[in-house]
Unconditional design. Structure first.
Length: 121
Protein backbone atom coordinates (compact mmCIF):
# COMPACT_ATOMS: atom_id res chain seq x y z
CA UNK A 1 0.00 0.00 0.00
CA UNK A 2 1.38 3.45 -0.92
CA UNK A 3 1.50 6.49 1.37
CA UNK A 4 -1.56 7.77 -0.49
CA UNK A 5 -4.08 4.99 0.04
CA UNK A 6 -7.82 4.91 0.57
CA UNK A 7 -8.57 4.46 4.25
CA UNK A 8 -11.60 2.33 3.36
CA UNK A 9 -10.26 -0.20 0.84
CA UNK A 10 -6.50 0.41 0.65
CA UNK A 11 -6.45 1.25 -3.07
CA UNK A 12 -4.02 3.91 -4.23
CA UNK A 13 -5.56 7.36 -4.36
CA UNK A 14 -5.45 9.39 -7.56
CA UNK A 15 -4.32 13.01 -7.49
CA UNK A 16 -6.99 14.86 -9.46
CA UNK A 17 -6.40 18.50 -8.61
CA UNK A 18 -3.38 20.74 -8.20
CA UNK A 19 -3.45 24.36 -7.06
CA UNK A 20 -0.82 27.09 -7.22
CA UNK A 21 -0.71 28.67 -3.74
CA UNK A 22 0.62 31.94 -5.17
CA UNK A 23 -1.86 32.73 -7.94
CA UNK A 24 -4.55 30.22 -6.93
CA UNK A 25 -4.88 28.71 -10.40
CA UNK A 26 -6.27 25.18 -10.13
CA UNK A 27 -5.49 22.35 -12.52
CA UNK A 28 -7.82 19.37 -12.77
CA UNK A 29 -7.02 16.00 -14.28
CA UNK A 30 -5.47 12.72 -13.24
CA UNK A 31 -1.86 13.20 -12.17
CA UNK A 32 0.60 10.35 -11.71
CA UNK A 33 2.86 10.25 -8.68
CA UNK A 34 6.59 9.64 -9.16
CA UNK A 35 7.85 6.23 -8.03
CA UNK A 36 9.47 7.44 -4.80
CA UNK A 37 6.17 9.00 -3.72
CA UNK A 38 4.42 5.69 -4.34
CA UNK A 39 6.61 3.90 -1.80
CA UNK A 40 5.28 3.24 1.67
CA UNK A 41 6.23 5.74 4.36
CA UNK A 42 8.88 3.47 5.92
CA UNK A 43 10.57 3.05 2.54
CA UNK A 44 10.47 6.80 1.90
CA UNK A 45 12.07 7.46 5.28
CA UNK A 46 14.77 4.85 4.55
CA UNK A 47 15.58 6.49 1.21
CA UNK A 48 15.81 9.86 2.97
CA UNK A 49 18.15 8.48 5.67
CA UNK A 50 20.40 6.91 3.06
CA UNK A 51 20.63 10.09 1.02
CA UNK A 52 21.21 12.33 4.05
CA UNK A 53 23.96 10.01 5.28
CA UNK A 54 25.81 10.41 2.00
CA UNK A 55 24.89 6.80 1.20
CA UNK A 56 26.98 5.49 4.09
CA UNK A 57 25.04 2.35 4.96
CA UNK A 58 27.09 1.64 8.09
CA UNK A 59 26.07 5.05 9.48
CA UNK A 60 22.45 4.42 8.53
CA UNK A 61 22.46 1.02 10.25
CA UNK A 62 24.00 2.56 13.37
CA UNK A 63 21.48 5.42 13.44
CA UNK A 64 18.63 2.92 13.11
CA UNK A 65 20.22 0.65 15.74
CA UNK A 66 20.11 -2.36 13.43
CA UNK A 67 22.86 -4.53 12.01
CA UNK A 68 24.36 -3.87 8.60
CA UNK A 69 22.99 -7.20 7.23
CA UNK A 70 19.49 -6.28 8.44
CA UNK A 71 19.74 -2.89 6.72
CA UNK A 72 21.06 -4.57 3.58
CA UNK A 73 18.02 -6.90 3.55
CA UNK A 74 15.68 -3.90 3.90
CA UNK A 75 17.54 -2.09 1.14
CA UNK A 76 17.38 -5.14 -1.15
CA UNK A 77 13.62 -5.38 -0.55
CA UNK A 78 13.28 -1.66 -1.29
CA UNK A 79 15.21 -2.12 -4.54
CA UNK A 80 12.84 -4.97 -5.49
CA UNK A 81 9.82 -2.73 -4.82
CA UNK A 82 11.30 0.10 -6.92
CA UNK A 83 12.07 -2.31 -9.75
CA UNK A 84 8.47 -3.56 -9.59
CA UNK A 85 7.21 0.03 -9.80
CA UNK A 86 9.50 0.66 -12.78
CA UNK A 87 8.09 -2.39 -14.54
CA UNK A 88 4.54 -1.19 -13.83
CA UNK A 89 5.47 2.23 -15.21
CA UNK A 90 6.94 0.68 -18.35
CA UNK A 91 3.70 -1.25 -18.88
CA UNK A 92 1.68 1.93 -18.26
CA UNK A 93 3.93 3.87 -20.68
CA UNK A 94 3.35 1.25 -23.38
CA UNK A 95 -0.41 1.43 -22.78
CA UNK A 96 -0.32 5.24 -23.02
CA UNK A 97 1.64 5.06 -26.27
CA UNK A 98 -0.83 2.51 -27.63
CA UNK A 99 -3.64 4.95 -26.77
CA UNK A 100 -1.83 7.71 -28.67
CA UNK A 101 -1.44 5.43 -31.71
CA UNK A 102 -5.14 4.54 -31.52
CA UNK A 103 -6.13 8.21 -31.27
CA UNK A 104 -7.58 7.80 -27.76
CA UNK A 105 -5.04 10.14 -26.11
CA UNK A 106 -3.51 13.37 -27.32
CA UNK A 107 0.31 13.24 -27.56
CA UNK A 108 0.69 16.22 -25.19
CA UNK A 109 -1.38 14.51 -22.50
CA UNK A 110 0.56 11.27 -22.98
CA UNK A 111 3.88 13.10 -22.66
CA UNK A 112 2.70 14.75 -19.43
CA UNK A 113 1.57 11.43 -17.95
CA UNK A 114 4.87 9.75 -18.79
CA UNK A 115 6.91 12.67 -17.37
CA UNK A 116 4.89 12.60 -14.13
CA UNK A 117 5.45 8.85 -13.68
CA UNK A 118 9.18 9.40 -14.08
CA UNK A 119 9.34 12.25 -11.57
CA UNK A 120 9.35 15.11 -14.07
CA UNK A 121 6.90 17.96 -14.41
Amino acid sequence: MSSFACTQCGSSLAITQLCCPRCEITYSGVFALPRLMRLEGDDQRLVERIILSGCNLKDVAASMEISYPTLRKRLDALIDRLNSLREQDEERTNAILDDVKAGKTMPEAAARQIREMNGGT
